[in-house]
Structure formats: structure tokens, C-alpha cells
Ligand binder design. Structure first.
Ligand SMILES: Nc1ncnc2c1ncn2[C@@H]1O[C@H](COP(=O)(O)OP(=O)(O)OP(=O)(O)O)[C@@H](O)[C@H]1O
Length: 256
């Protein structure tokens, strides 16, 4: 194989490499007899430019999976590889760096700072990383979520759906390789939820964003490319390009 062919093959591998990979990941909370095995030997890959929904009963380990995959929680066993970097052995300082760069997080409760404007909230991750936020950068992130005209508004002057869009802009301003979302539509009404899901869909389709999202809502899960089902800390099922009906049927079959 020529050098050029080898180079092209390597570039192909880089492009098709998963954005996040969990290898044999287990996570225990507590110690000895009181320990809870929240994740049990999970192997999964999240392809670059794909959107995965994670579902399962309460306590099945969904948030733990998200937190371990994002480097917010250290795994007890196994490896987590984000953007080609094994973070399992990363130092606390390296994990902090990771949270300021390759990973973005959106929570159910928005978590915006009430006293700051939308633009100041979006600028916060850049400031925390020691950077002086550029006006274009911050306003570009707000414009991308359809809120260019709300930059000076404070969270209480925005609807729930708009606040969650600000949270998405804040997560995206550092251009993370992966956006993790924990019940992002959980506090929104049906219309605001739909609009947020459409925004996430277009980020995947038009920008090649990778998204991993925990949800209880079959309609939200059906907007993703793939749904993974967790039970007792194990991946027990998956659906590709699911309909809301298929997701709801599978959930119902577990309760039966
Ligand atoms: N900090 C903690 N200390 C001890 N046990 C914990 C802790 N966090 C979670 N657990 C336990 O780990 C298991 C998985 O919890 P996790 O929050 O990941 O579930 P989940 O599927 O996200 O649940 P829910 O849908 O209710 O949010 C549960 O049994 C839970 O009680």
C-alpha cells in the first residue's frame, strides 16, 4: 500500500471512528455490602454524527451511563473513549478540560444563571476556559438556536423552551464533539418539546453533531436515529430508526 493510500485509509478511520465508546464499563455507587451496580459491563459505540436516545425504567442506570460517557463520573471498571482519547485514566484536571471542550451538557432544568443575560450565560463556558468570548461567537450560537433577538434577556424573561435553547447554545459554544442531554424536554410543554427536538435533529443532519440523550418520552426517542434500552444497568435492547409506536410497544412489553 502506498503512503497516500495508507494516509487515506487513516483519514477514513478518523472520520468513521465513534465519537464516544464504552468498553466493558461497570459503575458502582457505594462500597461493599451497600454497593449499587448502576452499570454492568456495558459495551456501546456512539457514531460520529448520530443521535442516540437512552431509555429504561427509573433506576436502570440511564443518567449514570450519560455521566460516565461524558466524564462527569469516573467508571469503576472498563474504558471510556471520547474523540479518540481514553478518559478512564484521566486526571481530575484533564476531566475538567474535557468538560470545557469536547463534551457539552444540557439538563432537564436548564441550569441557567438567573442574574445573567442569555448572551452572558452562553459566554460562560468560554470564560471558564480562560477565553475572552467573541461577540460573533456568542451571537452566532444564539442565532443557531433561533434566539438572536433575545441576547439581552434574562432567563425569567424567556419561556421554558427558549431557556432550554439558551442552554443548548451554551453547550454548543465550545463546539463539543458530543452533546449529552439528560431529559432535555422533560420540563417543556408538547410544542416547545417538539421545537427543541427539531432543533437537535437539524444539528445532527446539517452539522454532523453527535448527540446522546436520556428520555422517558417515546416521541422524543423516535426523533433519534437509534434507541438503546437499559435495565438493571445492562443494555437489553435497541431499535434503529424507531417509530414512537415501536418505542411505546417495547416499553409496554417490559411492564407486562
Ligand atoms: N449518587 C448515588 N449514590 C448511590 N446510588 C446511586 C447514586 N446515583 C444513582 N444511584 C443508584 O444507581 C442506580 C441507577 O441510577 P440512575 O440515576 O443512573 O438511574 P436512571 O435510569 O437515570 O433513573 P431515573 O429514570 O429515575 O432518573 C439506581 O439504583 C440509583 O438508586
Amino acid at each position: 500500500m502506498s503512503t497516500r493510500e495508507r494516509f487515506q485509509q487513516t483519514m477514513g478511520d478518523v472520520r468513521t471512528a465513534p465519537a464516544v465508546e464504552l468498553r466493558g464499563v461497570s459503575h458502582l455507587y457505594g462500597r461493599r455490602e451497600t454497593a449499587v451496580r448502576a452499570l454492568d459491563n456495558v459495551d456501546v459505540q456512539f457514531a460520529t454524527g448520530s443521535w442516540t436516545a437512552v431509555m429504561g425504567p427509573s433506576g436502570s442506570g440511564k443518567s449514570t451511563l450519560l455521566h460516565c460517557a461524558a466524564g462527569l463520573e469516573r467508571v469503576t471498571e472498563g474504558q471510556v473513549i471520547i474523540a479518540g482519547q481514553d478518559i478512564s485514566a484521566a486526571s481530575d484536571a484533564e476531566l475538567t478540560e474535557l468538560r470545557r471542550g469536547p463534551v457539552g451538557f444540557v439538563f432537564q432544568s436548564f441550569n441557567l444563571i438567573a442574574s445573567l443575560t442569555a448572551a452572558q450565560n452562553v459566554a460562560m463556558p468560554l470564560r471558564l476556559a480562560g477565553r475572552r468570548p467573541g461577540r460573533q461567537e456568542v451571537h452566532g450560537a444564539l442565532a443557531a438556536v433561533g434566539l438572536a433577538d433575545r441576547a439581552r434577556h434574562r432567563p425569567r424573561e424567556l419561556s421554558g423552551g427558549q431557556q432550554q435553547r439558551v442552554a443548548v447554545a451554551r453547550a454548543m459554544v465550545t463546539r463539543p464533539a458530543v452533546l449529552f442531554a439528560d431529559e432535555p424536554t422533560g420540563a417543556l410543554d408538547t410544542r416547545a418539546a417538539r421545537s427543541l427536538l427539531d432543533l437537535l435533529r437539524s444539528m445532527v443532519d446539517h452539522n454532523g453533531q453527535t448527540i446522546v440523550m436520556v428520555t422517558h418520552d417515546p416521541a422524543a426517542a423516535a426523533t433519534a436515529d437509534r434507541v438503546l434500552f437499559l435495565r438493571d444497568g445492562r443494555l437489553v435492547d435497541r431499535l434503529e430508526r424507531p417509530s414512537a409506536r415501536a418505542v411505546a410497544d417495547l416499553l409496554a412489553s417490559w411492564d407486562a
